[in-house]
Design a protein around this ligand. Structure first.
Ligand code: SAH
Length: 212
């Protein structure tokens, strides 16, 4: 089966699961997911499941990528977006096609290097990468009008709340191995309004960096 047909199936499944932002569906429908996986796993790229990318990390489930992206785009224009946890770069690549500029931080250098290569393959030149502990955000490029975090802290890092601009939206899983919830925060008049979206299961947001 061609990857376009398997991708079309994935998009139909996302629609059935309630993803209704056409921009997100269009971009996910045209972005190859198999290039974000090692060859041995690439035949499973269009399953709606999380898949290993090495270093005990996972490529997020397509439904969760779609949901988080849809939440991020739900209010106003998203021009400058910060992503914490580049991982394979799949979520990064989706965002890069929907917002003006993506700043993405990863703590494991070899994962970042592979993701950088994939951005090049896809011709996405609006992605800026940093090898750092993303729990501290990326202060000198902020404030951001959207922040998306793809690893779960037990509590929302203060730096991320601070680097969110007025009118901005933060999408973040919060909790531990016993349970996590996807949280949506909006900054209005300097105040953060927070709502719980759905239970999720992400790898933990860890401190410090790995590699060079
Ligand atoms: N969106 C990615 C998800 C990867 S899993 C994808 O779909 O491929 C989460 C990623 O967050 C891992 O790569 C992990 O190394 C990274 N991570 C965990 N804690 C981090 C931190 N404090 N700063 C930056 N990246 C972090």
């Amino acid at each position: 089966m061609t990857s376009q047909r398997t991708r079309d199936r994935l998009i139909n499944r996302l629609k059935e699961q309630g993803i209704d932002d056409q921009r997100v569906l269009d971009v996910m429908g045209r972005t190859p997911r198999h290039i974000f996986l090692d060859e041995a796993l690439s035949h499973r790229a269009y399953e709606d499941s999380a898949l290993p990318i090495g270093y005990q990390q996972t490529l997020s489930q397509p439904y969760i990528v779609a949901l988080m992206t849809q939440l991020l785009l739900s209010v106003g224009e998203r021009t400058r977006v910060l992503e914490v946890g580049t991982g394979s770069g799949y979520q990064t690549a989706i965002l890069a096609q929907l917002v003006t500029r993506v700043y993405t931080v990863e703590r494991i250098l070899p994962l970042q290097e592979k993701a950088r290569e994939r951005m090049r393959t896809l011709g996405l030149s609006n992605v800026h990468m940093k090898h750092a502990d993303g729990g501290m955000g990326w202060e000198d490029r902020g404030p951001y009008d959207g922040i998306i975090v793809t690893a779960a802290p037990e509590q929302i890092p203060v730096a991320l709340k601070e680097q969110l601009g007025e009118g901005g939206v933060l999408v973040i899983p919060v909790g531990d191995s016993r349970g996590q919830s996807l949280q949506l925060l909006k900054k209005q008049n300097g105040e953060l309004e927070e709502v719980s979206i759905t239970p999720v299961m992400f790898v933990p947001l860890l401190e410090g960096i790995v590699g060079r």
